[in-house]
Design a protein around this ligand. Sequence first.
Ligand code: NAD
Length: 249
Amino acid sequence: MNKLKNKVAVITGANSGIGLATAKRYLKEGAKVVLSGRRKEALDEVSKDLEGDFITVVADVSKSEDNVQLIKDATDAYGSIDILFLNAGIAPPTPTTDITEAHYNEIFDINVKGPIIAVKEALPYINNGGIILFTNSIVHQKGFDGLGIYAASKGALRAYSRVLTSEVKSRGIRVNSIAPGPIDTPIYGKMGLPQEVVEEMGKGFAAQVPLGRFGTSEEVADAALFLASDEASYINGIELEVDGGLSQI
Ligand code: NAD
């Protein structure tokens, strides 16, 4: 129960899905958690069910100044950071024929620019031996129609994480990524698709997964706990697939 005792964790996209499940898991393991999200009402709502030492910070990760403020608020509250979990992301699909500059910019600003700016801002405050975690996706390992920009954004993040792993090695900071497969979270309802299309898409994904089902946020949170804990002390620079085997067949 005390795998993260007194560790300070900053989590983006913490008011929903994988980020929220991880915040709960980290709190249960004794961490002090900074939950960040874009909407104050959502953060206020989820806070009602949380127990432990935490604060919430409203930040839109696509805005550099919000990332600066997030790290400032986190370090004003807790001094330094042990675990930086850059998890916020969006996945609106668009076939290549329909891609617009606005679509590209929105996805890359949130999924790539945001995490990179947050890392830059946080680095002076991350304790030596700390952990930087990214929520990536298996989408950049396989081809899923309509997810070109999303896949490109996660591939970019993966490439960046390899460089970062090397750049922070002298400080003993571990950099790892989690690559979820289809996970049952609200993200599918935010894709801008009709419900029946989402359901059909979901059935299609589940049928491709060797375990035959979607994963849960809690199953991803378990991986996020493992990678942030001392049990993963010699695991560095990897992308851990939490996907029921989808990426492996
Ligand atoms: P979710 O929609 O439940 O959570 C996404 C979180 O990101 C939300 O809290 C949302 O508010 C936040 N967010 C989005 N844009 C933001 C912005 N501009 N500023 C701040 N926060 C913002 O979905 P989820 O499935 O839990 O997604 C979490 C991560 O997992 C994402 O990076 C997503 O790409 C990745 N992922 C999800 C799946 C899946 O099947 N659910 C698969 C692979 C990867």
